[in-house]
Structures are given as C-alpha cells and as structure tokens.
Design a protein around this ligand. Structure first.
Ligand SMILES: [Zn+2]
Ligand SMILES: [Zn+2]
Length: 252
C-alpha cells in the first residue's frame, strides 16, 4: 500500500491511497486544473483514480469534487449529512456511515464519525488486507471510539492544526478562536500528540502531521510538541504541506 498528499491545510486537501490497481482520492479541495496539476506531480492520471471519498462538506475538502468526478466519471462516496451540507449537492455512488466498512477495489475502508462542525463528518482507515493506513483530520476532540478505530495502524496521517498559545494570542476574532479550539473544531498540537501517544506509535512506519494552520501554527512548533510528547526522533516525523503536499510513501 502507498499514500501521497496533493496538499493539506485550510486552502485545500487531497490524499491518495493506492494498492494494486486501486487508487482512492480522499477529498478534493482544489480547482479542477490545480487538482490535475498536483496529480501529475505525483505521477497519477485522473483516469487512474478508482473513486473519490469525501470526509465532510467544508470547501477545503469538497471544492473540486463535483467537477473532477463529472469530468472523469468517478464514483463519489460520502455520508448523507455531507451530501445535505454541500452547497451544490451531488448524487454519490454510495453513502458511508459511522462504523461501516466498504470495499473499493483492493482497499477496504473503515468509516468513523468525528466531532467537527459539519453535518456528518467522517474519517477513514484503509486496509489492503495486510497493512492499515489511518487518516484523521478535522476533529476538535476524540473519544474511545476513535482510539479503537485507529489502533494497530502501520501509518497514520493526523491533524496538528494549531498551537493553543498562537491561537489564543493571534488575530482571529473571539468566535473563530472558540470554533477552531472547541470540541467540534480542530485538534491542536498537544491534543494530536496525546492521541498518538494513547494509540502507541512504535509500530508506525509513517507518522504524518497534517492540516497545519498557516496562521496559528508553525511546523517547528508542531514537530517539537510531538517530539516532547512521544520522545521520537524529530527527523522521523513527516509533514504534509499546503503547497507541496507529500510525495508517495510506501507502507511495506
Ligand atoms: Zn479542513
Ligand atoms: Zn473542516
């Protein structure tokens, strides 16, 4: 199994998970042209995509989903709530719901509901029968159910959205600070690192920090928080960037 990131952050998200002839794109927050450009950068033709899986209806995750799916005739999967929440609703090939597992080609996808300020936000764990990759962004808090779903992974990409202090001191209006830092907002560095500590990280081949805020976080702050919490090697941590994403990583 392999994964790569088209880009990660509030300006647009897209993650590829591939195994054998299956290649799933999770979210598409970029314009059609920009998506095509970023796919080419990763050596993928849009025609090679098997499906688009949507996590929730926020623009940084769905902006390009409609156009891309129509242009290349790609099946789309999302929760009923996400469909309801989309400004331009589209008819998905199938709906996903908390606790379900669906099969898309060679990959099985386990669906977990998360706490985020959207209609029915979901995050996903992928398996090719041998290895498991977890994607976990856009959540303000986590419960035992999340920990159960994300245990025993071989690779994890997790949101480290903001630094609590930078958010508190920054220029966001009070309501936005409450939203971002709230139970249904985004994980801060400390929450994300604590979550990974609870899951256990020694068996992870890849740990990727994602969805970093450009205003309320810094890569070195996020890294340092994980190093302090986990005691891991700073060079082992990886970061999915807004502009450059992350090149293909193999889960052996
Ligand atoms: Zn987002
Ligand atoms: Zn969101």
């Amino acid at each position: 199994m392999r994964f790569a990131v088209l880009g990660s952050g509030s300006q647009g998200n897209g993650t590829l998970i591939a195994s054998n002839n299956t290649c799933i794109l999770v979210d598409c927050g970029f314009s059609l042209r920009e998506t095509e450009r970023r796919l080419v950068r990763l050596g993928v033709s849009p025609h090679q995509l098997s499906a688009i899986l949507v996590t929730h209806e926020h623009a940084d995750h769905v902006h390009g989903v409609g156009l891309l799916s129509r242009r290349y005739n790609l099946p789309v999967y999302m929760s009923r709530g996400t469909q309801r929440g989309m400004r331009k609703p589209l008819e998905p090939a199938g709906f996903v719901a908390d606790g379900e597992t669906l099969q898309i080609g060679a990959l099985s996808v386990h669906v977990t509901r998360v706490a985020h300020d959207a209609q029915e936000p979901t995050q996903y764990v992928f398996s090719d029968g041998q290895r498991r990759f977890g994607l976990l962004t856009d959540l303000g808090s986590y419960c035992a159910g999340i920990l159960d779903s994300y245990r025993d992974l071989d690779a994890l990409m997790i949101e480290a959205n903001h630094c609590r202090d930078l958010l508190a001191r920054g220029h966001y209006p009070a309501f936005l600070k409450r939203r971002v830092g709230g139970q249904e907002g985004h994980l801060n560095n400390h929450q994300a690192a604590s979550l990974v500590a609870e899951l256990g990280w020694q068996d992870l081949q890849h740990l990727v920090l994602a969805h970093l805020s450009s205003k309320n976080n810094l890569p070195q702050l996020a890294r340092q928080c994980f190093v302090d919490t986990l005691g891991c090697d700073p060079d082992w941590l990886q970061l999915a960037d807004q502009d450059s994403g992350l090149d293909w990583r193999t889960i052996a």
